[in-house]
Design a binder for this molecule. Structure first.
Ligand code: G1P
Ligand code: ZN
Length: 541
């Protein structure tokens, strides 16, 4: 029997990046099936077409993939491409969708959220361009979840996900492919592998990549060790685990503590880490942390060192809360610079329309038009290629960048698990005051302008409202407040601070200290401490 009766299940509204819930929620009867059928219902032209399926290997990945295969067979897909072992990093999935023209792909991941039976799972649909479904497609999928009455699932033998090769179920060809090969080939086409190999095997340069027991282990081993000659021991936590070894696979100074410690105690020249599904990156120089906003700006400024970008960039983009360091580079290079809402889905249209080549977010996401997702290893290779061809250290490059453009001090403070109503109330109150703020001062700093960010897509004119409250101060400081759209429990309040320091100013301050006046002004204005009942944020990045 392939037709199964069902009824809508509430709460299947995708957030910033697909539908993310606890594994236990996904394990409820029909929960996964309803959402997958809703995705298929929203793609009426996919019959006989190709679909790519893969995930970050977290708990429930394999089971979910077998369900998706049985449903895709019953829904009449012509061919399924599946990563071996059910593994495809998010950027690799995007690469595969683009390389083998597909109707789209299903990526199973909750990114940097922990994995395991009591932790998180996620599912998202990527369109034929390889990028996350647009806001309007996401809405169509959500509407389908509200009216679903049946799903189609074939009664078939499970596929052996561990063996590459082709088989058939019903009329559908099922191809299990090497998860790494296509991605590596793409990287080889972008970067100067010889120059990077010379740097890495030259004897002086020491690096470490922390795969955090997540999906990038096999990719990093193949590229950094097998192709670029790094020692086996320079890729740590390289074996993907269903629970990421019990850690948060989130590349920041808190969760990638092992890497941070190695870079420090072993005097390494370069350290990097990626997240659960391989789309984020954190980069460290020797005793030198590189903020993702600065990393994006520097990569854009130095992109001519990289063969694929040597002829120039079409333009650049950043999410609104990301610091404006990128804008300064764009102005100098005379590039268009777009400001989009949070989430990668907004960059896709700009890339498809050839308006931008590089883009990124403060949340450790950097990418280019080689795929339609952010790409952790790609960013690491950008850095290695620039280090190799400039002959400079990461810290020297960054310092020279600040000396040229000035420095945008940036930090994000996250208040996790706060009361959702209290957080919404706080933001509502601020929203109500926005129009009256200009000209008034808080903790001694005057507000120049305040608004709620709204974005009109320059390609298809779609309007996305309510994308964060922002307050610009006369001294050039900026505070942005928004609620996270990726959490699975309670609310997470994100407060972003950035302050420009000109090249002639103090360029070597601790960001938390440099941003203190702005942090105090925001607290005086919004009452974050009083209203959240928290003396300090839970996570500072
Ligand atoms: C977070 C980040 C955002 C990123 C998303 C997916 O979303 O802030 O930049 O695109 O994860 O990786 P948020 O939880 O803030 O909605
Ligand atoms: Zn991710």
């Amino acid at each position: 029997m392939t037709q199964h009766t069902t009824q809508p299940i509430s709460g299947q509204k995708p957030g910033t990046s697909g539908l993310r819930k606890k594994v236990k929620v996904f394990q409820q009867a029909n929960y996964l099936e309803n959402f997958v059928q809703s995705i298929f219902n929203a793609q009426p032209n996919c019959a006989g077409e190709r679909l790519v399926v893969g995930g970050d290997g977290r708990y429930f990945n394999r089971e979910a993939i077998q369900t998706i295969i049985a449903m895709a067979v019953a829904n009449g897909f012509g061919e399924l491409i599946i990563g071996q072992g059910g593994i495809l990093s998010t950027p690799a999935a995007s690469c595969v969708i683009r390389k083998y023209p597909s109707c789209g792909g299903i990526v199973l991941s909750a990114s940097h959220n922990p994995g395991g039976p009591d932790e998180d799972f996620g599912i998202k649909f990527n369109g034929s361009n390889g990028g996350p479904a647009t806001e309007s497609m996401t809405e169509v999928i959500y509407q389908e979840t509200l009216s679903i009455t049946e799903y189609l699932k074939a009664d078939i033998e499970p596929i052996n996900l561990d063996l590459t090769g082709e088989s058939k179920r019903g009329n559908t060809v099922i191809r299990v492919i090497d998860s790494v090969a296509d991605y590596v080939e793409l990287m080889r086409s972008l970067f100067d592998f010889d120059a990077m190999r010379a740097l890495i095997t030259g004897g002086e340069f020491k690096l470490c990549f922390d795969a955090m027991h997540a999906v990038t282990g096999p990719y990093a081993k193949e590229i950094l060790v097998n192709q670029l000659g790094a020692s086996q021991s320079s890729v740590i936590n390289a074996e993907p685990k269903e629970d990421f070894g019990g850690h948060h696979p989130d590349p920041n100074l808190v969760h990638a503590a092992e890497l941070v410690d190695r870079v420090k105690t072993q005097g390494l020249d370069f350290g990097a880490a990626s997240d659960g599904d391989g789309d984020r990156n954190m980069v460290l120089g020797r005793n030198f942390y590189i903020n993702p906003c600065d990393s994006l700006a520097l990569l854009a400024a130095q992109s001519s060192h990289i063969p694929a970008y040597a002829e120039g960039l079409a333009g650049v983009a950043r999410s609104m809360p990301t610091s404006r360091a990128l804008d300064r580079v764009a102005a100098k290079l005379k590039l268009d610079c777009y400001e989009t809402p949070t989430g990668w889905k907004f960059f896709g249209n700009l890339m498809d329309d050839a308006r931008i080549t590089f883009c990124g977010e403060e949340s450790f996401g950097t990418g280019s038009s080689h795929v339609r997702e952010k790409d952790g290893l790609w960013a690491v290779l950008c850095w290695l290629n620039i280090l190799a061809s400039s002959g400079q250290t990461a810290a020297d490059l960054m310092r020279a960048h600040w000396a040229e453009y000035g420095r945008d001090y940036f930090t994000r403070h996250d208040y996790e698990g706060v009361d959702a109503d209290a957080a919404a109330e706080m933001l509502n109150e601020l929203r109500g005051k926005l129009e009256t703020l200009a000209g008034t001062s808080f903790a001694g700093i005057e507000v120049a302008q305040a608004d709620e960010f709204s974005y009109t897509d320059p390609v298809d004119a779609t309007v996305s409202k309510g994308q964060g409250l922002r307050i610009l101060f006369v001294n050039g400081g900026r505070v942005v407040l928004r609620l996270s759209g990726t959490g699975t429990s309670g609310a997470t309040l994100r407060v972003y601070y950035d302050q420009f320091e000109p090249a002639s100013g103090k360029l070597e301050q601790n960001p938390q200290e440099a941003l203190q006046p702005l942090i105090r002004a925001a607290d005086a204005l919004v009452g974050i401490t009083a209203k959240t009942g928290r003396n300090a944020p839970d996570v500072i990045t």
